[in-house]
Ligand binder design. Structure first.
Ligand SMILES: [Cu+2]
Length: 153
């Protein structure tokens, strides 16, 4: 008799609708990320970057980068004041990142093979940032985008 009532209690508590309800946020809305970072979705293709937004507020930024292309690519984030057409090239078919500006972060070619998603977290101050793939020829072929980081109000 004692065992039977224990089992009943156990079955009763695990099916308690009030307990299950506490694991969901109200209205079924996903809770915001704990980090509070802004997220920029980046889609990588031959030969371009697509950013989910071209202007973001300053602070912590999380780039979620998906390579939908067939080739491996990389993504470098470089703070620069130069317009794209004034950016210096090396004689080996790449952007001269040293002269272009200051490198903030990078996802390497080995980490961004076809079909892969990688995350890069950086802290960005207001200014212009170049998103670039610097495999030989890829910059010239169009793998370059500008992200503007705005002053926070
Ligand atoms: Cu590339």
């Amino acid at each position: 008799m004692a065992i039977a009532s224990l089992l009943m209690c156990w079955a009763c508590s695990t099916n308690d609708p009030a307990q299950q309800a506490t694991t969901q946020s109200p209205g079924g809305v996903a809770s915001p990320p704990v980090s509070g970072a802004n997220t920029v979705q980046v889609t990588v293709k031959e030969m371009a970057f697509q950013l989910s937004q071209s202007t973001i507020p300053a602070g912590d930024v999380e780039f979620v980068v998906t390579n939908e292309g067939r080739l491996a690519h990389e993504m470098e984030v470089i703070k620069t004041d130069l317009p794209i057409e004034k950016l210096p090239l090396t004689n080996s078919d790449r952007l001269d990142t040293q002269k272009a500006g200051k490198k903030i972060g990078e996802i390497g070619e080995d980490e961004l093979k076809s079909g892969t998603t990688k995350t890069l977290k950086v802290n960005l101050t207001p200014g212009k940032y170049l998103i670039v793939c610097n495999l030989p020829g890829h910059f010239q072929a169009g793998m370059r985008s500008i992200l503007t980081v705005a002053q926070n109000k």
